[in-house]
Unconditional design. Structure first.
Length: 415
């Protein structure tokens, strides 16, 4: 009965998305990307004779989280082909040409027929679901065929449906996994409280990924010249709600400080509106090369994508956007460069943010006045917070090795 209700909800979601596709580009990509999926996969895999390792990510963030494991798997098991699926266009459209996977597709909607046909076609030897991905029919089909399936970098909270008295159907999802590798001890305890014991505390593979990114950072001469010898605040993934706090703060702050702002999305009208409100002279990155010196400018606004993780290397302080809205963006990319971190109040679902606030390296703020007060205090002596921030990343790397250790016996036994 509950399985039928679940399937009905999936079909209703698909139908809603099909209607939304007439009006919303992202919904249109999600529908069109799945058109003829069975023919696409059959054509791509027609000549494949190698075993397949299937990795599934919801979107771009989960992809980055899973990337170290994909790359480690590729290195340790070169005889396997890697097939990567995404649920969301924001992952697929950005990473559809990722060289680390042999095949990349949208995940068909989770209906019994789709799950059966997909697994008939792909014939995965092993499957990996990254962080939050729990799809009933796919998991049940994998389990019924005795195909090992792992969840890694997973994190659980008491308010999730798995742990509610009425969550029995959803608890079955978790029992389909051969092993669940989680980020924290609370997740271990929650799973064991409902009888799920095939669980290991492995940590978060994002730490390994941000270390990879930091080690491969690119030199950005414009950013380096803009900063010169002045303390620098890097604002990453800024939304309008963040700028509503930052702009008044910057008008109040009277100590030497340069600012680099990387918007969450690039919209020319929004950038120009911010420029008209920010104190001092501003320059867009695309225009900065036209100036013989960047010394007069107080703020550099990034009007391209893909540069943020390398920009953090130039900062003494970082403000991370998103926490005045639905959720905080990646703070680890900044933390790995040993900086005090500032962000809005909606950070409770992000374990790394909770940890760093508790440790004294990150500082949530609710308005401009609070940001001004806290920032002035840290500006006077950032050394302690900076050391805590960087050490936190260093101490938490290594999750990828733990995942591969659990996986190794299963994969070797099936080769």
């Amino acid at each position: 009965m509950l399985s039928a209700l679940y399937t009905t909800s999936i079909r209703l979601y698909q139908a809603t998305l099909q209607v939304a596709a007439f009006f919303h580009p992202k919904a249109r990509l999600a529908i069109r990307g799945r058109d003829g999926w069975l023919q696409q996969i059959n054509a791509k895999l027609a000549d494949n004779a190698a075993p397949i390792a299937w990795f599934h990510a919801a979107s771009l963030g989960e992809f980055e989280q899973g990337r170290p494991v994909m790359e480690a798997f590729r290195q340790q098991y070169p005889g396997y082909k890697i097939l990567l699926t995404f649920f969301s266009p924001s992952g697929y459209e950005v990473r559809k040409n990722y060289a680390g996977a042999d095949y990349i597709f949208y995940l068909p909607f989770d209906t019994p027929a789709n799950a059966r046909q997909f697994i008939d076609c792909v014939k995965p030897a092993v499957a990996f679901f990254i962080k939050y991905e729990f799809w009933y029919h796919y998991l049940r089909e994998l389990n019924a065929r005795h195909i090992p399936v792992f969840s890694f970098s997973a994190i659980f909270r008491p308010d999730q449906i798995f742990f509610k008295p009425y969550g029995g159907f959803y608890r079955n999802f978790l029992r389909f996994f051969n092993h669940i590798l989680v980020q924290n001890q609370e997740s271990v305890d929650l799973l064991r409280s409902i009888g799920v014991t095939n669980v290991t505390l492995a940590g978060d593979t994002r730490f390994d990924r941000v270390k990879q990114v930091a080690d491969a950072k690119k030199i950005i001469p414009i950013a380096r010249n803009f900063k010169a010898d002045t303390p620098l605040l890097v604002v990453g993934s800024a939304w309008q709600a963040d700028m509503d706090v930052l702009i008044p703060f910057l008008k109040q702050f009277d100590q030497p400080l340069k600012v680099i702002i990387a918007p969450h999305e690039i919209h020319d009208d929004e950038i120009e509106r911010w420029r008209s409100q920010l104190p001092g002279q501003t320059v867009r990155f695309s225009e900065a090369g036209n100036h013989s010196t960047l010394h007069p400018f107080r703020t550099l606004i990034i009007d391209n994508v893909g540069m943020l993780s390398s920009l953090y290397q130039y900062g003494e302080f970082a403000y991370i956007g998103g926490a005045f809205g639905k959720g905080l963006h990646n703070i680890l990319e900044a933390a790995t460069f040993r900086m005090p971190l500032f962000f809005g109040p909606n950070y409770g679902k992000f374990q790394e943010a909770v940890d760093l606030v508790k440790a004294g390296a990150a500082f949530p703020v609710s308005d401009s006045d609070q940001l001004n007060t806290v920032f002035r205090r840290i500006y006077a002596d950032p050394s302690k917070a900076s050391a805590i921030s960087g050490d936190y990343v260093t101490l938490n790397t290594g999750a990828t090795s733990k995942v591969m250790e659990i996986v190794r016996g299963t994969v070797v036994s099936r080769r």
